[in-house]
Write a protein that binds this ligand. Structure first.
Ligand code: NAI
Length: 276
């Protein structure tokens, strides 16, 4: 992709890059290519599990370790960001984890402590991040906040389980905060992304089936992380300055489909339906 410089002069923070397959990693690479300067953040446990320091070198970023479910970590993060950049222009929230999903606990029999943790990490963390950003006056007028969702927020996908609830809450937080941020000229949107082979994505049982189904159903095929990075650039740029409170699909057209031709033949074979 050729550089357009859409984010030249903009500063921000990107949460959630764990390793090269992370969607936040791709967003960081696209934002860097377009001229943005930003800090990277992840939970302290990611030091051991991921390779964030490698990305930080590539994109010339400081790393600020913070657990996005902990108020004191986020407060410290925004103070540090302010020292580094003054006020910032964007926040990218690409954080998620389904604890019951990961531990293969079915939706009909959720462990409610894990469920609360799932909602805290995957949705309430967005609320918390914005709250601390506003209290520390970290965001400049014209700033853009972006989070990552999945169509399982709006429709039922059998294996997505508790994460469907978490994403529904996340998209609601986008609207509810969005209505309060407008008078400070700050906007917030969610990108609803295709199934993508990442650590969080592949933690979902049946992920391969969801991936394959998405790919066959979408006229353009599944959108990959790199395309999500490029779409994110537009939402962080001034070109989309009047767009807020939206869930926007980077999904190759999946959300507009009913039945795709590519699914008809295999379905007829599996169901042993005779051609008329
Ligand atoms: P990933 O596993 O690379 O990223 C998830 C990130 O959340 C990791 O970096 C992890 O360390 C971080 N995280 C977990 N707990 C945290 C905490 N307490 N504090 C701070 N960070 C924490 O996976 P991916 O797929 O890149 O996930 C990014 C976002 O994209 C998530 O919200 C996910 O639900 C969403 N998404 C993913 C899709 C997929 O198929 N992979 C599809 C649609 C949305």
């Amino acid at each position: 992709m050729e550089r357009s410089g859409l984010l030249t002069g903009k500063t921000g923070v990107i949460f959630g890059a764990l390793n090269e397959s992370s969607i936040a990693w791709a967003i960081a690479q696209s934002a860097y290519r377009e001229g943005a300067q930003f800090a990277l953040s992840n939970a302290p446990v990611a030091k051991r599990l991921g390779t964030l320091e490698g990305l930080a070198k590539q994109v010339n970023s400081p790393v600020i370790w913070a657990d996005a479910t902990k108020d004191q970590d986020l407060l410290a993060l925004f103070h540090e960001l302010k020292e580094h950049y003054g006020q910032i222009d964007f926040i990218v929230h690409a954080i998620g984890m389904g604890v019951n999903v990961r531990k293969r606990r079915p939706y009909e029999n959720l462990n409610y402590d894990w469920y609360a943790k799932t909602l805290d990490i995957s949705a309430i963390s967005l609320h918390r991040i914005i709250k601390h950003a506003m209290h520390t006056e970290a965001l400049r007028s014209g700033a853009s906040i972006l989070t990552l969702s999945y169509i399982g927020a709006q429709r039922s996908f059998s294996h997505y389980s508790e994460m469907g609830d978490a994403k529904a809450l996340l998209e609601s937080i986008v609207r509810t905060w969005g209505s309060r941020l407008g008078d400070q000229n700050i906007r917030i949107n969610a990108i609803s992304q295709s199934p993508t082979r990442t650590t969080a994505g592949q933690g979902i049982s049946g992920f391969d089936a969801m991936f394959e189904f998405g790919d066959r159903m979408s006229p353009l095929g599944n959108a990959d992380a790199a395309s999500c990075g490029d779409y994110a650039v537009t939402l962080l740029s001034d070109l989309t300055r009047m767009v807020t409170m939206q869930t926007l699909y980077n999904d190759g057209g999946f959300s507009g489909m009913g039945i795709a031709h590519a699914m008809v033949e295999p379905m007829m074979q599996i169901l042993d339906v005779k051609k008329q």
